[in-house]
Each structure stands twice: as C-alpha cells, then as structure tokens.
Design a protein around this ligand. Structure first.
Ligand SMILES: Cc1cc2nc3c(=O)[nH]c(=O)nc-3n(C[C@H](O)[C@H](O)[C@H](O)COP(=O)(O)OP(=O)(O)OC[C@H]3O[C@@H](n4cnc5c(N)ncnc54)[C@H](O)[C@@H]3O)c2cc1C
Ligand code: FES
Length: 353
C-alpha cells in the first residue's frame, strides 16, 4: 500500500497573475523529510474521479520553516486551476510521500548550471536556497538561465534579483525575455541552439576546457522542446550525459495505449517497501500499474506518463517493456522500471519497491 498524508494549507501567496505558492503543514504535526528538488504527489477527488499531479517544493528544508509548492495555472487544467483559483488557507490536501530524483549531486561539482523556463523554476528555487541561503559548497559557482515572456510573468523574479545582489561572483542569473527588451540582467529573444551555445561560451570565458565539461552539472526544467535543445547543445559541446539532469513536467506527446488482450495474463509479484508481498495478474497490453489499480491494488504513482518516477520498482525477475514517448526499452533483472508505462513481456514478472 502506498503512503498518503494529510496536509493543511497555512498560507497562499500570489507570485504572478497565474501562479501561487501554497505553504503546507502536515495535519498530524509529524516532521517533514524531503530533499531540495523533490516534489509532492498531490491527490484530489474531482467528483468520482481521483486526480494526481506532482508539484515540486519551492522551499528548502533547513531554510524554510514549512514546505511549500508553487503552482502555475494551466488553462483548463483540473488540478492547477483548483489549486490556484479555489484552494484557500485552512483547506486540506492529500499527498503521497515527497519523491523525485531532481536533486543535488552526491559529490561536490566544480560548477552548477540551471536552465529553467516558467514554472520550471520551482525545483530550481529549492536548489538555489540550499546552495546560496544554506551556504552549501560556497566556492562552487551557480548560474541560472531563465526564460520567460517578460518580467511581470517571471515567477520568483524579486527573490532571484535579491540573490543576484547578495551573492555577486557566486551566483549569476541571465533572464531571457521573448517579449521585453532592455530589462536588467536579461537578453531579449528566444532560447535556441545558437543563443545557448553563445551563453555557454561567455560563461566559460570563451573556451570550454575538459575540466569545465566534466566538473559542471547541468539541471534542466523547462518545456520538453527547450530541454531537448539544451541537451543537444551540451552534448555537441561534449558535456557528459551523466552530468545532465532533467525534470519533465509534461511530456509533449501523449503515449498511445495498447490493445488489451483479456485472454492472455501475466503473473506479477511485488515486494513492497515494508517487505509485504502482493500477487496479481495483468492482461497483455495493460500496464502493470493499470492492472493493479483495476483490481483495487494501490501501487504508488503520480503522472502515469513515465516522467515523475514515483512508480519506479526494481525488476527482480522476468522482463518488462517500457513505453516511453520517444522510445521503447526492454528491461530485465536489476533494472528500474516505471510500472505506469511498463508492460510484462514474460509470463511472470517479479518487482521490488
Ligand atoms: C515531477 C513533476 C514536477 C512538477 N512540478 C510542478 C510545479 O512545481 N509547478 C507546476 O505548476 N507544475 C508542476 N508540474 C506539472 C503538474 O504536475 C501538472 O501537470 C500541471 O499542473 C497540469 O495539471 P492540471 O491537472 O492542471 O492539468 P491537466 O488537466 O492535466 O491538463 C489540461 C491540459 O493542459 C495540458 N497541459 C498540462 N500541463 C501543461 C503544461 N505545463 N504546459 C502546457 N500544457 C499543459 C495537458 O496536456 C492538457 O491538455 C510537475 C510535474 C511533474 C511530473
Ligand atoms: S507514475 Fe510518474 S513515472 Fe510512473
């Protein structure tokens, strides 16, 4: 069974015309443990339908007294519209345990570079607070390239500007505004390969050395097209893949669901985090998560589209096919598999959370 916790909204702050920060407190008063960059899986019933969405914490443990999520309203979006327009202090939220792997590297890097756009700043803000306000790795330069239409729609602009003033030489932020010219610390235009390559060359003083490449960790959180462009530019410039971290909020294309064959079953065994064991069967063409949910078995999940990683389990035996938007991958024993996009390939599959 997955863990769910009740939270109360204790404060609501308007960040821009369509974005709010909701400060939360656990209803049972328990201590909250999360890492900068992790998200909360928020769960809400809309009529009969349960909706789950991930929202990154914009706060940092040890810096902010309470965790907060920052939500941008998506037109016609079920959860974001409710959170931005209707949720109020005093309201109760249900959420799974904080999760996600968009976290700082274990080992001290030589440089940290962030590329964000729109609400993609949320988990980045949490990192910035850890690095700058909590003073982690004080000699590591931190740079942010942050794309938006204009200053007015830029989430956390006053907070970022304050840090530009407070940490000269340690922290730089370059805004990229598509609809505003001559703003301080800003370039006008769109972030494309040419502009990003020029930014990187300027950042590294005109020449990027092998030490720069291996010592820099890059964190991307933006629409998928922008992240694809940034990743390609970094790879062309030989920055190692393993140092490029990415948080995808929404995949840009929907996955096609497969035809379900109810005459063909696969046996699934799952060992949960508390050591208990579950057994169920799924149809061919049905994801392991959908098969479990159909039978009332609660496995953890949030996005159901292969991007948030809250459904990850280790494959112990058997084979699973993962149906990502851009590729299909066959995985076997030892691999981590997303149950929300994972189809059993063998008659029996054993997984462990
Ligand atoms: C790991 C992770 C962390 C996230 N962190 C944050 C965060 O900190 N702040 C935040 O505001 N959101 C965040 N998101 C996105 C969030 O989970 C929701 O996807 C988003 O709020 C839309 O949900 P909804 O129910 O309002 O819209 P839905 O009802 O799901 O969508 C309505 C329509 O809008 C489209 N759509 C959905 N999201 C977007 C988008 N971002 N841009 C363009 N079109 C979209 C959908 O394709 C659909 O057509 C995160 C997502 C993930 C996976
Ligand atoms: S539920 Fe998000 S990756 Fe599976």
């Amino acid at each position: 069974m997955e863990q769910k916790h009740g939270w109360h909204i204790v404060e609501k702050r308007q960040e821009t015309s369509d974005t709010v920060t909701l400060v939360l407190t656990p209803e049972d008063g328990s201590a909250v443990t999360y890492l900068p960059g992790q998200y909360l899986p928020v769960i809400r019933l809309f009529g009969e339908k349960e909706v789950r969405r991930a929202y990154s914490c914009s706060t940092c443990p040890g810096v902010d007294a309470r965790p907060a999520i920052t939500v941008k309203r998506i037109p016609n979006g079920a959860m974001s519209t409710w959170l931005v327009q209707q949720a109020q202090p005093g309201d109760r939220l249900l959420a799974g345990a904080p999760a996600g792997q968009f976290v700082l590297p274990d080992k001290k890097p030589r440089r940290l570079l962030y590329v964000a756009a729109g609400s993609g700043i949320t988990p980045v803000m949490s990192h910035l607070k850890k690095l700058l306000d909590a003073g982690v790795w004080p000699d590591v330069p931190v740079d942010l390239l942050y794309a938006n239409r204009d200053s007015a729609g830029t989430i956390f602009k006053p907070e970022i500007d304050r840090r530009i003033e407070r940490f000269p030489g340690r922290f730089s932020c370059t805004y990229v505004f598509s609809r505003e010219t001559n703003a301080p610390h800003a370039r006008h235009g769109h972030l494309n390969n040419g502009a990003f390559e020029k930014y990187l060359l300027d950042l590294f003083g005109g020449k990027i050395t092998a030490r720069d490449r291996t010592g820099t960790h890059v964190f991307l959180c933006a629409p998928t097209a922008l992240m694809r462009m940034a990743r390609m530019t970094l790879r062309v410039l030989d920055f190692p893949e393993k140092n490029i971290h990415q948080e995808t909020f929404v995949p840009d294309t929907r996955r096609q669901s497969r035809t379900v064959d109810r005459n063909h079953n696969h046996r699934i065994a799952v060992t949960e985090r508390n050591g208990s064991r579950l057994e169920f069967s799924v149809f061919s063409g049905e994801t392991i998560l959908d098969g479990a949910l159909r039978q009332g078995i609660e496995l953890p999940y949030t996005c159901k589209s292969g991007v948030c990683l809250s459904c990850l389990a280790r494959c112990v035996s058997g084979e699973v096919e993962l149906d990502f938007v851009e590729q299909t991958r066959r995985e076997g024993p030892g691999a981590l598999v997303n149950t929300c996009i994972g189809y059993a390939l063998t008659e029996a599959v054993e997984l462990a959370f």
